[in-house]
Ligand binder design. Sequence first.
Ligand SMILES: [Zn+2]
Length: 166
Amino acid sequence: MSVSTVSNEIVTTIQSWLPSAVSLLTVNTLSAVFVARSAVARNRSWFTYFWFSLIATSLVMGVIVAALPVSEEYLPGRRQCPKCAEYVRREATLCRHCHSKLTALPALKRSGVSALNPVWTLGAFTTGIGVVVEVLALAKVIETWWLGLALIIAGAYMLFRTPRNS
Ligand SMILES: [Zn+2]
């Protein structure tokens, strides 16, 4: 188990997540700008509609991501079985697909944050935004209390449906 193998695995994990995260955020931001521009054309607040749209599209995408099954291939701490090419845990000494004997590899050392399941993190983030929206609604800064409630429900759903650690 060389250092370069470990760093390759870390780079591969980042590479598998980063493009989808960046492209989703880009699509969300561009659509929010579009919605906000059309809101201004109808004498509505750019600021309110930009954030409303950004949060709403992120929420919908978060629910879709949470509902998708995650392929073993993209889970950290996995490797391919040399016999059947299925994905198994690095520490496994027996393939759970073809029952071949394997040489155990040491588990990847991960920090607390990187060990968190991305969907769980998204759920926590969504719940947090929901609480902020509710506080703003109670303080009468905004009127959309139902948006905060929807965000809290969706975030809590993701939190309880997904294990905290991947
Ligand atoms: Zn196998």
